[in-house]
Ligand binder design. Structure first.
Ligand SMILES: Cc1cc2nc3c(=O)[nH]c(=O)nc-3n(C[C@H](O)[C@H](O)[C@H](O)COP(=O)(O)OP(=O)(O)OC[C@H]3O[C@@H](n4cnc5c(N)ncnc54)[C@H](O)[C@@H]3O)c2cc1C
Length: 463
């Protein structure tokens, strides 16, 4: 039985970064990861493959719309084997790099599943037992199959399957309207599939404002996605050439058929088979490992980080949580918990949707006084010349001094533009501070000055 200062279960973004920091603090560290392929979700089946494919689809979309720019580009289509080959090459390079980091010798890597025997002991699949002073659970998440009538009885794709497609499917029904459903739904449409998106809530991307989700919704419909929001699925069944989904929508029963079904209804934390009970680690009613602001579970020496505890399945948060765990576990001074007033979120649809800091709904709910101003991309020089007219930038600031509270951008490169706010927000800057900075013309970024000026003017008048 080997003893470690720090034992990490799961070598994805959260686990690897926790181990890296603990090793840099001079601790004796082990990672156990039971994946067939090491690398973690982000690299292998999440952020990186999806964004590689989305970017290819964006280039294709631009080429197919060349006429708008006065260009003749005949027959721009997706060569799916080539698209896949490029993705595989890129992902293989990222995964190789991560494997090298995992086997760098900075820690012991056990390429096996692990489960708790007791609060300080973990057993590997080959029966070897490891003990540790501090343990991190970073086992990630997996696709969930909610109890939708008929869903378990028909063949159905997950995001993993969609990311590996080497052909253009004729038609796909997508269940769900979250980030994965929307990003990959638009990808499927852009490579040439007929796409029907069926969503239970009134709007897609329900964690975002109605205004923002309506902009994305309109872009989807304009691109030919058949979108049903506010539905209730009655039944899913096998059809002659694929599947049939029967659902209520707008007081009517509707049936849609397609060759393929894509379950994008969500993910669930990986906690089964981990022996959390034996370790006395509690989970929330939704099955996430329950943690405090330092990522400690109900057993203070056992931590959790990443998708397994949430609250957001976002990779930079998984990394930040992992790093915080290592520092907290080994007594680094001056730590601060992760600040949810700086929450950064990006949806890589086109138009992209990005938010940082407080959402307007949160400000309203908490009764926080705020000023808001927005400006549309269809009235902005750079976006007009790019034919990128969907969306807007909206800024929220505190009404007395103009300190930034949050921002919401739907539009071209919103995922990049939102970073204009991340440093200022972290430094508690005001709209006046941002207006002192230079903004180059003509750029997409300079659109941000318009809502900032409007808020500055409102405050100036009030003074
Ligand atoms: C299609 C898709 C696109 C995404 N795009 C983005 C994006 O653009 N931006 C973004 O921020 N986020 C994105 N995400 C989310 C992001 O990928 C995750 O939030 C992040 O990768 C989670 O990291 P993690 O360390 O918690 O888990 P993982 O990376 O999944 O690591 C968990 C590891 O634990 C191992 N494990 C599990 N159980 C055991 C066990 N019992 N014993 C040993 N090992 C075990 C697994 O093998 C795995 O390697 C996307 C997700 C998906 C599905």
């Amino acid at each position: 039985m080997k003893h470690y200062d720090f034992l990490v279960i799961g070598g994805g973004s959260a686990g690897f970064n926790a181990a890296r920091v603990a090793a840099s603090l001079g601790k004796r560290v082990a990672i156990a990861d039971g994946a067939r392929q090491l690398g973690g979700l982000c690299i292998l089946r999440g952020c990186m493959p999806s964004k590689t494919l989305l970017y290819a689809a964006e280039v294709l979309h631009l080429a197919q719309n060349g006429k708008k720019f006065g260009l003749k580009i005949p027959h721009a289509t997706a060569d799916m084997p080539a698209v896949q080959a490029r993705k595989k090459k890129i992902i293989a390079a990222f995964a190789d790099h991560r494997r090298q980091q995992l086997t760098s010798g900075n820690f012991d890597l056990f390429h096996q599943l692990a489960c708790f025997v007791d609060a300080h002991t973990v057993e590997l699949a080959d029966g070897v037992r490891l003990t540790a002073d501090k343990i991190l659970v970073a086992t990630g998440s997996r696709v969930s199959t909610p109890p939708v009538p008929g869903l378990a009885d028909v063949p159905c794709w997950s995001s993993d399957d969609v990311l590996n497609l080497d052909f253009v499917p004729a038609s796909v029904i997508i269940l769900g309207g979250g980030i994965v459903a929307c990003e990959l739904g638009q990808y499927l449409r852009r490579i040439g599939a007929r796409v029907i998106l069926i969503q239970r809530n009134r709007n897609i991307l329900r964690d975002h404002s109605e205004d923002a989700s309506c902009v994305v919704q309109k872009a989807f419909v304009d691109e030919g996605i058949e979108l049903f929001a506010g539905t209730q699925i009655q039944n899913i069944s096998q059809a002659a050439r694929g599947v049939a989904v029967k659902f209520f929508h707008d007081g009517k029963t509707i049936v849609r058929r397609a060759n393929h079904l894509f379950n994008a209804l969500g993910r669930e934390p990986v906690t089964t088979g981990l022996g959390l009970d034996q370790a006395g680690v509690r989970v929330t009613p939704k099955g996430r490992v329950s943690v405090n602001r330092w990522q400690q579970t109900s057993q203070p020496h056992i931590y959790a980080a990443g998708d397994v505890c949430g609250p957001h399945d976002i990779v930079h948060l998984a990394v930040a949580q992992g790093e915080l765990v290592a520092r907290h576990a080994f007594g680094v001074k001056g730590l601060k918990p992760i600040d949810d007033a700086l929450l950064l979120n990006v949806v890589f649809t086109e138009p992209q949707l990005a938010t940082i800091g407080r959402l307007e709904s949160q400000l309203k709910e908490k009764g926080t006084p705020y000023l808001a101003a927005s400006y549309p991309f269809n009235d902005h020089g750079k976006s007009i010349l790019m034919e990128a007219n969907y969306g807007y930038v909206k800024v929220f600031a505190e009404p007395k001094r103009g300190r930034l509270l949050g921002a919401e951008i739907v539009g071209p490169n919103a995922g990049e533009l939102i970073h204009c706010f991340s440093t200022p927000l972290a430094m508690r800057a005001t709209v006046f501070d941002l207006l002192r900075a230079p903004w180059y013309h003509p750029t997409l970024a300079e659109i941000i000055t318009y809502p900032l000026e409007e808020i500055a003017e409102k405050i100036g008048k009030a003074l």
